[in-house]
Design a protein around this ligand. Structure first.
Ligand SMILES: [Fe+2]
Length: 557
């Protein structure tokens, strides 16, 4: 629906303030009466468009329309584009507009208007058309709401240098409050709805509503455009093409309706651009001048079932002789985990990715930035790790660490739900980066640890460099208080040839500044997330330089 003839009227409303001013104008007549309950958000910026988002709720089933505006100035005296939109129950009253007709490389203000008043004003930007203007992307992963305050989101919202935020998955978690029994560090005041595990569309939508009521997340969405990909917890733990570890068909119904409900809630609640006729397609690209292509990937819904992280070794070979154990580990690695047809992206997406990398390189772009939900780099469980367990660790936990360290001594990775557990698919992806890309960078997440990898590419140097983002708030089992960080991190690096840097203790995020010469990654870490004002505790910087034949390895300063 358009508002023909009102453009001039609204454009003249510069500087009006809120409910009184708006409700007293002709412009307010015909607009819906309700509340913008969850702020505003923007995302997927192109050279001439950006997605803008809000949620508009009223007491009637279908509220009247709201008007949206994108302007050059905060007073909205120079409106660039505007229109109207309806909130409906089908999208949980979320409104998304693809605001087109914008100019490249510009910053904009945007807002929504109702008869009850305006939304908060959002800030966004478009991508540059040409040139190699630097681009800074802040990467985030794994935000478990009850586990702590979103310090990472709050800190990033204050930074002028960040152009774009990339959330690489586990933006929400599906669990219910039973989680609090197993994880005693959860904060009682950090509550979510519903209290039970989420299964239906209404459940997923309510969970997003809980997350987006958080003021720090809301503020980051207000001031920065986002790109998003999903990982497993936007669905349920260890999701794959045909099911999930945490999906029980007997009590929760068939997998596909749950998958589709979760995907729809994701699309409704996040400022991502839907692709016509493909309701679960998230792989797409965005261009940033002549500098970079951002390539968003779906590493979750097309994948084969992940291996069980060596569970059969633990069950059947843990107490036998070592030679037998080694033979079985290598057999599993070669014959089962290593089966050549196992996939993460699916063959269509793999082919698409190769084409995107090549087109980007042929167009003279400096960078291809992969944004995906898992971890490409391989890391081994260090020998010393059994000694890192706390004194109250169970016999089974100790045995698991010992087994995984033994697997590591064979040069094999322990965390097989990652790309590590799909070695043939990983080799295909790295070969494609090397053959088709110019300088390839990957953002990942998933493990709740910060990692920087040089991904193997043969004699000429890495196929790509990777930053896997640590968690915003989720925990990892290497993070008990009162230990020497440096020794654990050194042990991981010593036992893992691809690993250049890691941080096992801090929560936080990593921003990466891309220019024609290098990618400069800045890690921001928080030692505690138990209050809303804990200070930044650690910063690290890594640099990976570009060359004509591919990116150089990370230099850690
Ligand atoms: Fe996670």
């Amino acid at each position: 629906m358009k508002f023909p003839s009102r453009r001039g009227t609204l454009a003249g409303l510069s500087g009006f303030t809120g409910i009184v001013a708006l409700s007293g104008t002709a412009a307010a007549r015909g607009l819906g009466d309700g509340a913008f309950t969850h702020g505003v958000a923007s995302g997927d910026p192109t050279t001439n468009a950006v997605i803008i988002w809000t949620r508009f709720v009223t007491k009637v089933a279908v509220p009247g329309p709201v008007r949206w505006q994108v302007a050059h100035d905060e007073a909205f005296s120079r409106i660039v584009v505007q229109g109207s939109a309806l909130a409906t129950p089908e999208t949980d009253y979320c409104i998304k507009v693809d605001a087109t007709g914008l100019a490249a490389g510009q910053r904009y203000f945007y807002r929504f208007l109702s008869r009850s008043g305006p939304s908060v004003t959002g800030l966004t930007r478009t991508a540059p058309e040409r040139g190699r203007e630097p681009l800074t992307i802040a990467g985030f992963a794994c935000s478990m709401l009850p586990a702590g305050y979103f310090r990472a989101y709050a800190d990033a919202a204050t930074r002028d240098d960040i152009d774009l935020c990339a959330h690489v998955g586990d933006y929400i978690y599906e669990y219910g409050d039973e989680l609090r029994q197993f994880a005693p560090n959860m904060l009682p005041e950090r509550t979510w709805e519903p209290k039970t595990e989420i299964v239906t569309y209404a459940d997923y939508a309510r969970r997003y509503a809980s997350y987006r009521a958080d003021p720090d997340l809301q503020e980051l969405h207000r001031v920065k455009p986002f790109v998003h990909v999903w990982d497993d917890h936007e669905f349920t733990n260890d999701a794959w093409r045909e099911g999930a570890q945490n999906h029980q068909p007997v009590t929760e119904g068939p997998w596909l309706p749950r998958r589709d409900a979760a995907a729809k809630a994701w699309f409704d609640w996040l400022p991502v651009r839907p692709q016509a006729g493909e309701p679960r397609r998230i792989h797409h690209t965005l261009k940033w001048g002549d500098l970079a292509h951002l390539i968003m990937l779906d590493s979750r819904l097309m994948r084969d079932k992940q291996p069980d992280s060596w569970q059969s070794l633990l069950t059947n070979f843990a107490d036998g002789d070592r030679a037998r154990f080694d033979r079985e580990a290598l057999r599993l690695w070669q014959d089962e985990i290593g089966a050549p047809n196992r996939t993460v992206l699916g063959s269509d997406q793999e082919t698409w990715l190769a084409g995107q990398l090549k087109a980007s390189r042929d167009a003279g772009m400096n960078w291809q930035v992969l944004i995906e939900g898992s971890v490409l780099g391989r890391f081994q469980m260090p020998r010393q790790s059994e000694g890192w367990l706390t004194p109250d660790a169970s016999a089974n936990e100790k045995k698991t660490r010992r087994i995984l360290a033994q697997v590591g001594e064979l040069g094999l990775p322990f965390d097989t739900p990652l790309w590590s557990g799909f070695p043939a698919a990983r080799e295909r992806l790295l070969a494609s980066c090397k053959a088709n890309g110019s300088n390839v960078f990957a953002f990942g997440g998933e493990t709740h640890i910060g990692w920087a990898f040089n991904l193997p590419g043969g004699q000429d140097g890495p196929a790509a460099v990777e930053i896997a983002c640590t968690a915003v708030t989720s925990s990892n089992s290497f993070r008990p208080e009162g230990f020497d960080d440096a020794s654990r991190e050194a042990a991981f690096i010593e036992s893992s040839p691809e690993l250049a840097w890691c941080d096992v203790h801090h929560w936080g995020y990593t921003s990466v500044r891309f220019d024609a010469k290098a990618a400069t990654a800045d890690f921001t870490g928080f030692r505690s997330i138990s209050t809303r004002d804990t200070p930044v505790a650690k910063r690290s910087q890594l640099v990976a330089e570009t060359t004509k034949v591919g990116v150089r390895p990370w230099i850690v300063s």
